[in-house]
Design a protein around this ligand. Sequence first.
Ligand SMILES: Nc1ncnc2c1ncn2[C@@H]1O[C@H](COP(=O)(O)OP(=O)(O)OP(=O)(O)O)[C@@H](O)[C@H]1O
Ligand SMILES: [Mg+2]
Length: 351
Amino acid sequence: MVILDISIQSRVIIGISAMLVLFTSFLIVFISNHRKKLQYHKNLQALHEEQEKHLKEQNALLEQKVKERTVELSLQTESLEKTLDELKASQSQLIQKEKMASLGELTAGIAHEIQNPLNFVLNFGELNTELINEMKSMISAETLPQKFNNEMNELINNFSGNQYKILHHGRRADGIVKNMLQHSRKHRGILELTDLNELTDEYLKLSYHGFRAKHKSFICDFETSYDGAVEKIRIIPQDIGHILVNLFQNSFYSMNDKIKLLQDKYEAKLFVSTEKKGNKAIITVKDNGVGIPENIMDKIFQPFFTTKPTGEATGLGLSLSYDIIKAHRGEMKAESKEGEYATFIMELNYQ
Ligand SMILES: Nc1ncnc2c1ncn2[C@@H]1O[C@H](COP(=O)(O)OP(=O)(O)OP(=O)(O)O)[C@@H](O)[C@H]1O
Ligand SMILES: [Mg+2]
């Protein structure tokens, strides 16, 4: 038998070779498995990295979206706040308008009631003055004892002095009542196509001369800017003129007060301008006078509100202006910084 003939040496060689083949195949299998494992890990890591990258991108996207949304939300909040502020402002404006309307009616009502008894006071007062004069001439025609005559004359002079005061203050009251009654006057004049620039300039000059007639040392610098685009507008010129006069007089008064305070450290200056904006003609009057304190800002349009000394003003100027503007369906507002300036802005509509 051939097999049996194989020597032990060959058998050993065959055995070793078989073992080598076996070992090599094991090694190959092992290496290939290891490679597969390595590849698997690599793939896993790559997947992991891919997922991480994706996550990061998603995160960045989300963050961007959150940022955009926050900006959007804050913009919305801002616009809501603005709307709320505007609503509040128009609400207080409405309340103010209502207050003005009822104050105007009340004022007119009171004025009507007062005018009648006031007429009696004035008429009887004038009659008394005549009677006093008659009494005086009767007494001087008589020959009376000196002492009695002197005493009578003194009494009559006192009486006449008092009567003069009654008439003087009665006439002042009459002036106030007449001003009050202007509130109820619905139709002051007729609507006319008016050149607003001309009207403003004309009343500015008139007012300045009027004020300087009373306050001779008053000097004021002017800066005027009349917009050529302001077309003729349908208004009651006398009424708008009335407003302008009051605005200018108020400004001159305020600047004159500042002159008294600061003397040559101060130069009075008045800015007057007109402007056409859309459907509106706007007149602005700005002075660098004493300004309006914040705590009285909401009172200046009320009838009889004045900070001027008794006898110098009635406090009806702005309230009357407000009524006139309302009748023209326009707007009027004031802005000021106490001690620095006061600005009045009047807006009229083209129809
Ligand atoms: N340009 C201004 N500068 C400072 N204060 C002003 C100005 N305009 C108005 N005022 C304030 O508003 C108040 C009311 O003004 P308004 O014209 O109604 O009445 P008046 O001037 O006091 O009296 P009247 O106009 O009846 O003579 C003034 O007393 C003053 O306190
Ligand atoms: Mg006034």
